[in-house]
Design a binder for this molecule. Structure first.
Ligand SMILES: [Mg+2]
Length: 110
């Protein structure tokens, strides 16, 4: 199967939303985030129930679909462009520059 970048995936999700007639205006933005959480819940439930890794991974990808759907819809409704690949790489670099175990002040072993 072919590969794609986050930006290409964002366009594919847009195509899916338009083809399948899913909510596609500014009023749908909140529900896109909500559905991403629902898909994370489905992933956690699949993991808890011992489903196979393919199923758990697919639920996580569903969450990414909704995240990219949100970003694509922001682009469409706000008339801006969001370079997801660049944001990912910049955030990765930023995180790599942070100290070891950043953001984990509490020692959870106690
Ligand atoms: Mg799902």
């Amino acid at each position: 199967m072919e590969k794609c970048t986050f930006n290409e995936a964002k366009k594919l999700v847009r195509e899916l939303v338009e083809t399948k007639g899913f909510p596609n205006d500014e009023s749908a933005l909140t529900q896109k985030i909500l559905w991403a959480f629902v898909e994370l819940g489905e992933a956690a439930d699949s993991y808890k129930k011992g489903k196979d890794w393919r199923t758990v991974s697919e639920e996580l990808i569903d969450a990414i679909f909704y995240i990219l759907d949100f970003i694509g819809l922001v682009e469409k409704t706000q008339g801006i462009e969001i370079d997801v690949d660049r944001i990912f790489l910049e955030k990765w670099k930023k995180n790599m520059e942070r100290p070891r175990q950043y953001g984990q002040k509490r020692d959870l072993s106690k």
